[in-house]
Every structure is written in structure tokens, then in C-alpha cells.
Ligand binder design. Structure first.
Ligand code: AMP
Ligand code: ZN
Length: 463
């Protein structure tokens, strides 16, 4: 089966054909570090995490770049509003971002370049665009002339023929109705305070869009395989990235454009500006587990809108627990004989791969996994699973989890102390020391671990 992605550039599902054999080069637009990221933002991060994990599952060597936007209108505005030195302000939210993605078990990208560490590269790209006649100087900055770039609008399918010539937009964010020449470099004014760079192209700071063109070129080359981001970035951000990069190099920028749909709250995009957001930390404070959040955000197809509810989060939590309980039961299987499950294993594996190959169809992949889980569960309950087959099933689920990433993390969190208590209790039971075994069981319960004695032996699960 061939791996296919829906490419927003062509509006078609297309077979993935990489530039360098066996390698996948990905650029993912990262966070603007002016506040805690909300779980809508993390839907975007989790989508690119699933993409990179599945490419790795398929044997690709992945190089992923995620930029950190640490200078833009919002970072400057809010650091000044809060009276915190600019660098301190952006570093604080960068640190929180990394803490959150680690808790969400999001694999690290290979590089996280910051805009402020790449001013030299940005300036040299702006200079090149001016030399080639794509950019011009005005009183407040250097602008990209969108009429000069004949393909402008090819990603968002925007027709610019009727646009007023020479109209400019200085803000980083604007909508399709306001498609205009956009700022590559903004000359300093008093709103910027002490945030500026003295450069050959003037005293100022970069516009938001140019950093991604400069940094992707630095780390991935002029043309790379896959560009990701949320659908709200298609216009203007990604359209502008294409214009800057292709005007500069004369080459195609990215071959595949993959965008995740939004996380909604009561059918509106979760966003800072609407105020209808939950940060990941809000959710954890309410007592929910990071893996439930992860599962909830990956279980819907990335191109489908997802409405956030706490019922949905609860259902996600029980799905994760079902898988964990199955793993505990499988680990406890001791029997020498049982039914042959090799066909179930093959069916689950090929079903999972077929679904994921088809534009990362996670709902279909999960339904294959849960069908397999049901079968194996009933084989265990009927005492019809051998230890050898249980080990094969564990291996299979672990390989699925290299993509899902919902279980290992919790396993790792099972502390040494808990493991030792479970072993001690088994020991006590062997010695028929029931009082001691009950005492340890109660102690484990206090720590949130339930142990059960089954026909297959002792299993544990989290409360
Ligand atoms: P920002 O920090 O606002 O630049 O956004 C970081 C990433 O989160 C971008 O890829 C956005 O498209 C994405 N994003 C923002 N809000 C949502 C949402 N409600 N659902 C899904 N992705 C989002
Ligand atoms: Zn970007």
C-alpha cells in the first residue's frame, strides 16, 4: 500500500513521494510564545506528532523543524503591557511550551529555531527579495509586492486580479478580504520599545511571515517535503511563506501542504481572541490525565473539526484505560496453550497500516485496534490465550503505540516504589501471608493502583 496525504496545494489525495529516498523533511509552524498554549494549539502539535511518528513507523528518517515565534506584534504588545523585559517574557512561555509538549508525549522535533536567533538569515532574504524586485521600501517598513509574484494565491485559491494596487497591511494577521502587500521588515517605532535590530535594511524587526521562509531554507534547503500547520495559517501566513521563498529561490517551496482542522468550543474555533479556550494546564488542574487529552486530540481525523467537551475527554480517558488494562492482562497470561491468533494479528496490523496510509485515518486505525483488543480480551477471559501469543499481542500493541503514544508514558510513570510493592504482594501471597498481602493491596489503593487476582494471575490498573 502506498502512503497518501491530502495535499492542500493540489486539493487531492496524493501518494507521498519524498525528495531524498527514505527521508522526510517536515516544517511545522510552531508557537508564538506570548501566553500559555491552549489545547487547540496542541491539536496542531499533536497532528504533526502523529505525522512524524507514522513516517518513522514506515521506516522514514524524519527531520522536523518547528519554529518558535519569539518576536511579533503579540509578543511585543503583551510583554510591554505586563512590564516584563522582552527576552524574559518570551523565554518564560517557551519553557512552558516545552514542559507541556513533554507531558503530552509529543516527540521532540529535530530543531526548534527561534526567530530572534535568525535575524541575519531573515535580513539576507529580505535583501534578496528587494534586489529581485519583489520587495519595496515604504515609510514604515519593507513590503512584499504580491502582484509581482504571479502564483500568489495558489495555496488558498485566492484570485488577486481585482486587488487595489499598492495597498499595504502592516499587521501580522489579517484575513482574505484584506489581501495586500505584507510587511517583511518593520521599521522601529515607539510601540516596539527596546525590541529592534540595527541592520543593513534599517533599524527594526521582522514581520511574522519571513521567519519561516528563512529558517526552513536554513535547515531543510530550498525545497522540502511537507509543511504543516492549522487551517487558519493557510491564509495569509502560508501563502506568504510560499511567495517569499519561491520568489527568492525560483524553486518550489514545499511539495505537500497538510493542515489540521480546528478544535472548537460550542462550534466556534477555540482561540485566545474569543476567550473560549482551555490551556492544557487548566485541564490537568481539573484532574484529567495528559494521556486522555492526547487521545482526545488525536482520535478524530486531523482534517475534521473537533468539538471539545468534557464528556469527550472522559470517553478518551476510558479508551486509554481499556488499552492499558488489556496490556496488564496480557502481561499476566501464563498459559502454555491457547487458540492461534496469528490471523487476528495480521488483520489488525494490516488494517491499522491501511488506515494510516490513507491520509492518517486515525479513527479507522483505532477501530482496528479496538476490534483486536476485544478479541484478545475475550480469548484471555476464556483462558484461550497462550503466553507466547500474549507476547505477540503485546508486541503488536506496542508497535501501534509508537504512533499513538498514549500508553508508554503512563507505564514509565509507574514508579519503582509501586513496582516493588506489587512484587512484594505477590511474594506474600505465595507465602500465604494474607494479612501482609491485604495490607499492601490497601497501600497500593491509596496510591491509586488497584490490584486484582485473576485466573491468569495478578493484574494491576490505575484507578
Ligand atoms: P499560534 O501560537 O496562534 O501561532 O498557533 C500555533 C498553531 O496552533 C498554529 O498551527 C495554529 O493553526 C494552531 N491553532 C490555533 N488555534 C487552533 C485551534 N482552535 N484548533 C487547532 N489548531 C489551532
Ligand atoms: Zn510559519
Amino acid at each position: 500500500m502506498a502512503l497518501k496525504f491530502y495535499n492542500d496545494l493540489t486539493r487531492k489525495k496524493q501518494e507521498f513521494s519524498e525528495i531524498a529516498k527514505g527521508e522526510a523533511k517536515i516544517y511545522s509552524c510552531g508557537p508564538t510564545v506570548y501566553n500559555f498554549a491552549h489545547i487547540g494549539n496542541f491539536r496542531a502539535n499533536l497532528f504533526s506528532d502523529i505525522l512524524r511518528r507514522y513516517l518513522k513507523y514506515r521506516g522514514y528518517k524524519v527531520t522536523q523543524i518547528m519554529n518558535i515565534t519569539d518576536v511579533d506584534d503579540k509578543t511585543i504588545r503583551d510583554s510591554r503591557k505586563q512590564g516584563i523585559p522582552f527576552k524574559e517574557f518570551t523565554e518564560k512561555y517557551t519553557k512552558y511550551f516545552f514542559e507541556d509538549i513533554e507531558k503530552l508525549n509529543i516527540e521532540k522535533a529535530e530543531f526548534y529555531p527561534k526567530a530572534t536567533d535568525n535575524i541575519k538569515e531573515i535580513v539576507s532574504m529580505v535583501k534578496k527579495l528587494m534586489e529581485k524586485g519583489y520587495a519595496y521600501k515604504s515609510e514604515d517598513g519593507i513590503y512584499f509586492n504580491i502582484r509581482k509574484f504571479k502564483d500568489y494565491g495558489k495555496l488558498s485559491h485566492l484570485d488577486i486580479s481585482s486587488l487595489k494596487s499598492g495597498a499595504r497591511v502592516c499587521n501580522d494577521e489579517y484575513d482574505k478580504e484584506n489581501a495586500q502587500d505584507f510587511a517583511l521588515w518593520k521599521f522601529w517605532d515607539e510601540h516596539d520599545g527596546d525590541v529592534f535590530w540595527e541592520t543593513e535594511i534599517g533599524k527594526g524587526r521582522p514581520g511574522w511571515h519571513i521567519e519561516c521562509s528563512a529558517m526552513s531554507q536554513k535547515y531543510l534547503g530550498e525545497t522540502f517535503d511537507i509543511h504543516t500547520g492549522g487551517v487558519d495559517l493557510i491564509f495569509p501566513h502560508h501563502e506568504n511563506e510560499i511567495a517569499q521563498s519561491e520568489a527568492c529561490t525560483g524553486k518550489k517551496f514545499a511539495n505537500y501542504w497538510l493542515h489540521n482542522e480546528h478544535l472548537l468550543v460550542e462550534n466556534k474555533k477555540m482561540s485566545k481572541s474569543l476567550g473560549n479556550f482551555y490551556t492544557f494546564r487548566d485541564i490537568l488542574e481539573k484532574g484529567h490525565s495528559p494521556m486522555a487529552v492526547r487521545y482526545l486530540l488525536i482520535a478524530t481525523h486531523y482534517r475534521q473539526k473537533l468539538n471539545f467537551t468534557f464528556e469527550g475527554l472522559k470517553a478518551a480517558d476510558s479508551a486509554v484505560k481499556r488499552l492499558e488494562q488489556l496490556m496488564s492482562k496480557l502481561n499476566a497470561v501464563k498459559s502454555d496453550s491457547g487458540n492461534d491468533i496469528s490471523r487476528d494479528i495480521e488483520k489488525a496490523r494490516s488494517g491499522f497500516e491501511k488506515a494510516m496510509d490513507d491520509d492518517l485515518n486515525m479513527p479507522a486505525a483505532l477501530s482496528e485496534i479496538f476490534e483486536f483488543a476485544r478479541k484478545i480480551n475475550s480469548a484471555i477471559n476464556d483462558g484461550m490465550l497462550s503466553k507466547a501469543d500474549a507476547e505477540k499481542a503485546i508486541k503488536l500493541i506496542n508497535s501501534f503505540d509508537t504512533v499513538l503514544g498514549v500508553m508508554k508514558h503512563e507505564e514509565e510513570e509507574l514508579s519503582q516504589e509501586i513496582k516493588e510493592l506489587i512484587e512484594k504482594r505477590e511474594e506474600a501471597r505465595k507465602n500465604k501471608d494474607w494479612a501482609e498481602s491485604d495490607r499492601i493491596r490497601d497501600l497500593l489503593k491509596e496510591k491509586g493502583i488497584i490490584v486484582k487476582d485473576t485466573k491468569q494471575g495478578v493484574i494491576w490498573q490505575k484507578e
